[in-house]
Design a binder for this molecule. Structure first.
Ligand SMILES: Nc1ncnc2c1ncn2[C@@H]1O[C@H](COP(=O)(O)OP(=O)(O)OP(=O)(O)O)[C@@H](O)[C@H]1O
Ligand SMILES: [Mg+2]
Length: 471
């Protein structure tokens, strides 16, 4: 090639590596990106802004980590910034992959150099990479990032707030900088979403059906999405559902105008680490029909810590299991949906759990803010939606397939007097949705309680937060 004339071999190789990140990776670590990963890496070498909307477990974070290392190793001086919404995603996923790459290279006899720490990789003051979680970050801090070569990597890009995006874009605009935004297409607004129709972006989608383990040759790359995962998703979410489109097909789902809770909030909650603090509260949604489930969940402060589901139980059996659940989690408060069959469970609990505050909940009852909500259930769900949107609550259980589906499929409308009202169970049933038993229990767990509850215990609990309920 003409541009190679007069160059040393080393210089030629540098030019080659800069254009072919996949070749650099293969030579340094012996790893092989799969077809789409290669395509994206090469696009990043050519273009300034690259956005990838992908299904789950397609190797997005693997790719993001390799892109970071490639850039740092082949451009000088260079600054690489990697972000994801939560610290767990940055530290335990993306940077874990960077460490794995570094160690593989080492085993291959190649020392990539620099000082590699949990979330940073430093060579000199002007040549380094670092990672941070956008949730704990001040967007203004992006202002300090200047270098001849900059790469910003945004993993889980649908979960990044717009104020952070402003910071990211200000870095990319002002200088010779590249941007790789990669994630599940779960959010139907914002910079990541807009990138797919905006000018100046190279974009692509990854469907689960084009990934290596779905080519009829069995599991080629362990850890990537499998036939079985797709089968499970089909069963749990249904083809064509919001979750199917985003997490399997890797496309932005058709807009669902009136759903209360967005998938990206629930995903963020599933990845959010909170310190468990304060007393444990349990909520129980009692099955109303034979096909419904009774669900217990427990939360400790913002963190959803446990949940279980039972079917076909009698009132007494339900009460027995619930008492066991309350004891196991050392709960101080238990909220029971006390309508219909639930009334018997509530009565039994009050009788037995003398040292626990047993609260009677009624989704059809009066809300705390009767001017805004048609009933208490709507208020609980909207309260849950607001907490999820604000990133105030979380826990692994939010990542459960059924929890995700139930939370994201609940719709609402406004009554003529402006009050919000959830779609009724009956309306949902007609559309083929199962009763959102997990969703109801979780909404109840985080619900505020209006009246000073009647306490059924004389020796008072010594927890400060419960002391206002003393009589
Ligand atoms: N080309 C590859 N070669 C070997 N292993 C790979 C490759 N790509 C991905 N993996 C492995 O597959 C697993 C899943 O990859 P990764 O976490 O990057 O997927 P993801 O798309 O980010 O997943 P999620 O949807 O959970 O964010 C990881 O263990 C990763 O190391
Ligand atoms: Mg990932």
């Amino acid at each position: 090639m003409k541009q190679f004339k007069g160059l040393t071999n080393r210089e030629k190789r540098a030019i080659y590596y800069r254009a072919m990140p996949d070749v650099w990776i293969a030579e340094v670590t012996g790893e092989k990106p799969w077809r789409k990963q290669t395509e994206i890496l090469r696009a990043l070498a050519l273009h300034r802004r690259v956005a990838v909307a992908s299904c789950n477990s397609a190797g997005k974070s693997w790719l993001a980590a390799r892109a970071a290392a490639w850039f740092l190793a082949n451009f000088y001086p260079a600054v690489v910034v990697t972000t994801a919404p939560t610290d767990r995603q940055v530290r335990r996923i993306l940077w874990k992959e960077i460490h794995s790459l570094f160690n593989r290279a080492k085993r291959n006899g190649i020392n990539l150099g620099g000082k590699l720490l949990t979330k940073s990789w430093e060579f000199t003051e002007e040549h380094f990479a670092f990672g941070f979680a956008t949730r704990d970050y001040d967007p203004d801090a992006f202002q300090g990032i200047h270098s001849d070569n900059v790469l910003v990597i945004v993993d889980e890009a649908a979960g990044i707030s717009e104020s952070i995006w402003e910071g990211v874009m200000s870095v990319v605009r002002g200088q010779n900088a590249k941007l790789l935004a990669i994630g599940n297409p779960t959010n139907l607004s914002g910079t990541f979403y807009n990138a797919f129709t905006a000018k100046g972006w190279w974009t692509t989608h990854i469907s689960a059906f084009e990934t290596p383990n779905l080519q009829g040759k069995g599991i080629v790359i362990p850890g990537l999405i499998t036939e079985q995962d797709i089968e499970d998703a089909r069963e749990d979410w249904g083809e064509g559902s919001f979750l199917w489109q985003s997490r399997i097909l890797g496309i932005f789902p058709d807009k669902v105008e009136d759903t209360l809770i967005s998938l990206s909030w629930v995903e963020a909650a599933a990845n959010q680490d909170f310190e468990p603090e304060g007393p444990v509260e349990v909520a129980c949604d009692v099955a109303r029909y034979g096909s419904d489930s009774t669900v217990f969940v427990a939360r400790r402060g913002p963190l959803l810590i446990a949940g279980e589901e039972h079917t076909q139980l009698s009132t007494m059996e339900t009460a027995g299991r619930l008492i066991d659940f309350v004891r196991r989690h050392n709960a101080m408060v238990v909220k029971v949906d006390a309508v219909g069959i639930g009334a018997g469970v509530y009565d039994r609990l009050k009788e037995v759990l003398r040292d626990v505050l047993v609260l009677e909940m009624n989704a059809g009852g009066t809300p705390i803010d009767a001017s805004a909500y048609a009933d208490a259930g709507t208020e609980w769900w909207h309260n849950l939606a607001k907490k999820l949107q604000a990133g105030e609550i979380g826990g692994r259980l939010f990542g459960d397939r059924r929890v995700m589906r139930e939370l994201t499929s609940r719709r609402y409308r406004y009554l003529s007097d402006g009050r919000m009202k959830l779609e009724t169970k009956e309306e949902m049933r007609k559309k083929g949705f199962k009763s959102p038993d997990w969703g109801d229990a979780i909404a109840m767990a985080y619900a505020g309680v209006k009246e000073r509850p009647k306490i059924n215990v004389r020796p008072v609990m010594d927890l400060t937060s419960a002391s206002r309920w003393r009589r």
